[in-house]
Design a protein around this ligand. Structure first.
Ligand code: NAI
Ligand code: MG
Length: 356
């Protein structure tokens, strides 16, 4: 079991946290003897852009398409407009490799207070399933259609919902629910106001749900859902939503759990042609970059998702257990109320893995 990882640290804290994740994977590889791996680094991101006028190499996708997985830090820095950095790298990979399911677990870790007021929150077991290739982020549209002068510009930003696109991600949410305790899928749209694409989504959800009689279903509008996250957290397990809605809800989820810094994610391509990509949910955090205080848990948790995807469920579980032991013992970075450094948190996670 040998893996070739394409490692893209990116910008800001991306590089700081990705190195911590690799330290954990390396430790696990040596102590478990279950897998070996090699990493190829790709220095793409905003600095690369300032030198080369593009966010990644021209044949970038070609260079990484035969790797077993992509391990990604974060992209974006004030020196380059965000829409250029995001579309030039992260979205280019997600869409180019048809990574249509973005899996974002939200875990309430012991020792982290978070913002959710709920007695048994450590038992909550949420996972957001985000449509990751179309919807509101399809990129379709343009500016200045009318050619009218300054102050009169018209911009169009369209969403694309395809029946196949909706079906594959909704079906995946049901499959995921089957593996979990409660077996419940909640679908989120705004189909009262957006009467074309989101009504199609509703219809597909209805149809697919018939194939999963054992799975409980529920349907909410996104605004009501945002309130529900806070007011009825015990009602949620697997939540499936469009690209934009799930993007927003997952930041809400991670804030409730304590910090953007602890949220992991997987961008899955599940049809065998391309590699999947694993990254924390947060961005490059320019406000804390270079200080050594970024929370590495989101990126280390993403390594667990990566190992699970590569067939190493037990090793993934070792990482997740070690994360829990670490937060429980109060070794926390500043974003979750502690004073430990990035490196100290990782060291603790590594030492807990060794104890097993
Ligand atoms: P951000 O996620 O970088 O930061 C938001 C806030 O959370 C900041 O106060 C930051 O210090 C804090 N934070 C984030 N991750 C943290 C961690 N691991 N430990 C401790 N604190 C953490 O989002 P922001 O500021 O909106 O965007 C900054 C840049 O990142 C922009 O260029 C944006 O486009 C990009 N971005 C990239 C993403 C990606 O690569 N997947 C996702 C989101 C934003
Ligand atoms: Mg986001």
């Amino acid at each position: 079991n040998h893996f070739r990882l394409a490692v893209i640290p990116g910008d800001g804290i991306g590089e700081e946290v990705i190195n911590e994740g690799l330290r954990v994977i390396d430790h696990l590889s040596k102590t478990s003897n279950k897998f070996t791996f090699e990493s190829d680094y790709f220095p793409w991101g905003c600095e690369y852009y300032l030198e080369n006028g593009k966010m990644m190499a021209e044949d970038g996708l070609e260079q990484i398409k035969n790797h077993d997985a992509i391990y990604f830090g974060a992209v974006g820095y004030p020196s380059v407009p965000d829409h250029i950095s995001l579309w030039g790298l992260r979205l280019a990979i997600c869409q180019g490799f048809d990574q249509w399911a973005n899996i974002r677990p939200v875990e309430f870790l012991p020792g982290i207070e978070g913002k959710l007021n709920h007695p048994n929150k450590e038992e909550l077991n949420w996972v957001l399933v985000r449509e990751n290739t179309e919807g509101e982020y399809s990129g379709v549209g343009g500016r200045n259609f009318t050619g009218r002068g300054p102050g009169k510009e018209v911009a169009v930003q369209s969403s694309i919902f395809t029946e196949e696109g909706c079906e594959r991600v909704i079906r995946h949410a049901f499959e995921l629910a089957l593996t979990r305790k409660r077996k419940k899928v909640t679908s989120v749209t705004k189909s009262n106001a957006q009467q074309h694409g989101m009504v199609l989504w509703d219809e597909v959800f209805e149809r697919v749900s018939k194939d999963y009689p054992k799975v409980e279903t529920d349907k909410w509008l996104v605004d009501a859902m945002a309130a529900r996250f806070v007011l009825h957290p015990e009602e949620l397990e697997v939540v499936v939503a469009s690209n934009l809605h799930a993007d927003i809800l997952s930041d809400l989820g991670s804030a409730l759990a304590g910090s953007l810094g602890i949220a992991p994610s997987a961008n899955l391509h599940l049809d065998g042609r391309f590699p999947s990509m694993f990254e924390s949910v947060h961005g490059s955090a320019p406000d804390i970059a270079g200080k050594g205080i970024a929370n590495p848990i989101g990126t280390i948790g993403s390594a667990a998702l990566m190992l699970e995807h590569l067939g190493h469920t037990e090793e993934a579980q070792l990482i997740n257990d070690a994360i829990r032991s670490t937060t429980k013992s109060g070794i926390l970075t500043a974003d979750v109320g502690g004073s430990s450094t990035t490196k100290e948190v990782t060291d603790s996670i590594i030492s807990h893995i060794s104890k097993r």
